[in-house]
Design a protein around this ligand. Structure first.
Ligand SMILES: Nc1ncnc2c1ncn2[C@@H]1O[C@H](COP(=O)(O)OP(=O)(O)OP(=O)(O)O)[C@@H](O)[C@H]1O
Ligand SMILES: [Mg+2]
Length: 362
């Protein structure tokens, strides 16, 4: 018995499955017989195919092939063959009837499988769309809330800042008051920074359509940190794919993503350790992506909190705002990509940024 499934139907690697063995002399008739069956869209036997040959040489053989048809489309063929005199072999007519029947069942089964595959893809897309929708809704309600809170806070904060600066001018620079005032000035300015970051996060910033060489982009980010003495004990290992195609993205925003991830690594390693940056190309759900993976030696993330790290305002740091990863995630998603986290507890984390290679930006 041999089942041949059309390659286009299931995107299968193997297209013919054969059970049992056949005389090699007749075996070579399998493929032409299947082809003729597909062409005619009906069942045929070896005799139909080549009367003369069969009469002369293979009159003792039986071969029958039936198309697996669904909705007027050939999904594959089912073939049965053997010696006519074989013990236990049904008469030709019965065998033909049996194969036609099985072929019909197979067509229903294959059609169901095809529908299931399509359903699975649609469900997956639906899930992705829903996730995006939830994220957007989160951004939207957060945006409205933030805008009103920021509005309420900004003015009093500016007043506090202004009057404190006036006080600073009056205070004796050596006195204890000046130190207190200085702390207030600094904290006010920190609050102002947080408010601005927050507004940046909720604002819908348009995406510039730059042609970007990712490797160079990462180098530029690393050069930003290099002159800083605090970074002198951070060892960078670069493993770049030199064949990366140019990627369409907003360079400034994508740089911000790398900066946020690198800052987190720096903080997790307390300023000392190794950051390995790898670039590459891969397929994710059949679509091409550029990948940038950033691995640190900062001990990793506690499994209990890992689901929260992309949530806005989630932080484990005393002076963190918890917006770094939320902003990064939003930027990458707006580019049609995603961020993957591979956590190695006790060792470090790898953040992998996926950016689509195709030029369309969502
Ligand atoms: N490389 C890392 N190693 C260990 N923990 C990490 C790493 N990156 C992120 N985290 C965890 O995820 C949390 C959220 O990170 P995120 O960058 O969003 O905020 P943050 O760094 O705390 O504050 P911000 O970036 O706004 O200054 C961090 O507080 C930290 O607990
Ligand atoms: Mg951060």
């Amino acid at each position: 018995v041999s089942i041949r499934i059309e390659k286009s139907v299931l995107a299968l690697e193997t297209e013919r499955f054969t059970y049992g063995t056949m005389d090699p002399a007749v075996e070579r008739y399998i493929a032409p017989l299947e082809e003729k069956c597909v062409h005619l869209k009906k069942s045929i036997s070896l005799e139909d195919y080549a009367e003369k040959v069969v009469e002369d040489k293979f009159s003792g053989f039986f071969m029958y092939v039936s198309p697996i048809i669904s909705k007027n489309r050939i999904l594959g063929t089912l073939l049965m063959g053997g010696e006519k005199s074989q013990p236990g072999m049904a008469n030709e007519e019965d065998a033909a009837y049996l194969i036609d029947t099985i072929a019909r069942y197979l067509s229903t089964g294959l059609e169901t499988t095809l529908l299931n595959i399509r359903l699975r893809d649609v469900l997956r897309e639906l899930g992705d769309a829903q996730k995006r929708l939830v994220e957007q809704e989160k951004f939207r309600s957060l945006g409205e809330m933030t805008a009103s809170i920021a509005h309420e806070i900004k003015n009093p904060l500016a007043i506090i800042g202004g009057f404190t600066k006036r006080l600073a001018n009056k205070a004796n620079k050596d006195g204890v008051e000046w130190r207190y005032i200085d702390i207030i000035v600094k904290e006010v300015s920190r609050l102002e920074t947080i408010l601005n970051e927050l507004l940046n996060y909720v604002k819908d910033v348009p995406i510039a359509n730059d042609m970007c060489m990712i490797n160079e982009c990462i180098d530029e980010v690393i050069y930003l940190f290099a002159p800083d003495a605090a970074w002198e004990n951070i060892h960078f290992v670069r493993e770049y794919d030199t064949t990366l195609p140019p990627t369409r993205c907003d360079v400034q925003q994508i740089k911000q993503v790398f900066i946020n991830i690198l800052m987190n690594s720096f903080e997790a390693m307390a300023g000392k350790g190794t950051i390995t940056i790898k670039t590459g190309q891969t397929y994710y759900r059949e679509k091409p992506y550029v990948t940038i993976s950033i691995t640190d030696t900062g001990g990793g993330i506690e499994p209990a909190i890992i689901d929260n790290i992309f949530n806005p305002f989630f932080t484990t740091k005393e002076r963190g705002t918890g917006l770094g990863l939320a902003i990064s995630n939003k930027i990458v998603m707006n580019h049609g990509g995603h961020i993957e986290v591979n956590n190695n507890v006790g060792k470090g984390v790898t953040f992998v940024v996926y950016l689509p290679i195709k030029n369309n930006i969502m």
